[in-house]
Design a protein around this ligand. Structure first.
Ligand SMILES: Nc1ncnc2c1ncn2[C@@H]1O[C@H](COP(=O)(O)OP(=O)(O)O)[C@@H](O)[C@H]1O
Ligand SMILES: [Mg+2]
Length: 335
């Protein structure tokens, strides 16, 4: 079969707005591949093209060996999808949701009952199967949706922001299920705006911003784009960050120097050497130093490095908050 997913120049325009802009990537069989990017980056639109719900404006993609435009039915036979927003019927029990879905997919009754049992065991929702979904927590609904995606034997599973708004324990559980699926040989394509999720879960990550892939590789490969270590210097007053950053660049004290929100970040091969030099430079400029920290770069640093912006968690959690409230409202309304 070759690659599980192969996208070449995949593009989606809505009118004159380009939501996905010539993305090319390959996902190998048995890999957990992550699309990491902020809200509006084009993650869901990419998934929609890969799962044959949306026709690409340009470019091509093959999923499980089949072209998404020429052979959509063949693609659909090989994939499972967990959508970003829950698509469960809240008036029905978990079991009923699974049963209806399985019957729609033509799974014979005897076999379906068995598969429901297996999927429910895998996602640890057995005890909740006969409760109506309007009484489920967000995490329970996610598990039920994953169970639903496991009713038929797909080669590739798509998970669109699988852990948005979930508590840390539930997120860890979902990561565990995803890893278990990989062990069974499935290929997993997931999107996320959570750095830690991409970092801990994915074999390879594509960072997507404004519809473009701006960096791609294993987490270690992405880290190495930034360099060995990142030093953060919080200055006082915050408005002086840019002036200090400029002086650091002039003195060549770091390979990549940025000022953001009153903090200067400096990429360096040797933090132990850079820190005293930067502090003494700040003091000679009369810029106060409030705090100095350093660490090996994470994906947030990589994102900052390749986009010049921060993949801001505040913004993301604001959207999560809105979404969770909307879900709670829908649950209450019994929709
Ligand atoms: N059907 C549509 N019509 C017009 N614009 C759309 C449509 N779907 C998505 N967009 C826009 O495309 C961009 C990418 O959206 P999306 O793929 O949902 O991003 P993400 O999933 O990364 O948050 C956003 O600016 C969004 O508003
Ligand atoms: Mg999305």
């Amino acid at each position: 079969m070759g690659a599980a997913i192969e996208a070449v120049g995949l593009t989606k325009r809505f009118g004159d707005f380009t939501a996905v802009d010539h993305v090319s990537f390959t996902v190998e069989e048995g890999e957990i591949f992550g699309f990491l990017g902020p809200n509006g980056a084009g993650k869901t639109t990419t998934i929609n093209m890969l799962i044959t719900l949306m026709r690409p404006t340009e470019g091509t993609a093959r999923v499980a060996g089949h072209d998404v435009v020429a052979e959509p039915d063949r693609v659909r036979e090989r994939i499972s999808v967990v959508f970003q927003d829950p698509t469960l019927d809240r008036r029905l029990t978990g079991w009923e949701n699974l049963w209806i879905h399985g019957r729609l997919y033509g799974i014979p009754g005897d076999e379906l009952a068995e598969r429901i049992e297996r999927a429910a065991r895998f996602t640890e929702i057995e005890r909740w199967l006969h409760v109506t979904v309007d009484r489920y927590s967000g995490g329970m609904m996610r598990r039920l949706e994953i169970a639903r995606a496991l009713l038929y034997e797909a080669d590739v599973i798509f998970l669109d922001e699988p852990t948005v708004g979930l508590d840390p324990q539930t997120r860890a559980k979902i990561w565990e299920y995803v890893r278990a699926l990989r062990r069974e040989g499935l290929t997993i394509f997931l999107t996320t705006h959570y750095m830690d999720e991409a970092e801990r879960l994915c074999d390879r990550v594509a960072i997507i911003d404004h519809g473009r892939i701006v960096a791609m590789g294993t987490v270690d490969e992405l880290r190495s784009i930034v360099g060995g270590e990142v030093v953060y210097v919080a200055v006082d007053p915050p408005g002086e960050a840019e002036r200090l950053a400029e002086a650091i660049r002039r003195e060549g004290l770091g390979s990549e120097v940025r000022a953001l929100n009153g903090t200067v970040s400096i990429s360096t091969e040797n933090a132990a050497q850079a820190i005293p030099a930067v502090v003494s430079l700040a003091s000679s400029l009369g810029v106060g130093v409030r705090e100095v920290r350093y660490r090996t770069p994470d994906l947030e640093d990589v994102f900052l490095h390749v986009t010049g912006r921060s993949l801001r968690d505040e913004e993301a959690s604001f959207f999560d908050h809105v979404r969770m409230r909307r879900m709670a409202r829908m649950r209450r309304a019994g929709r």
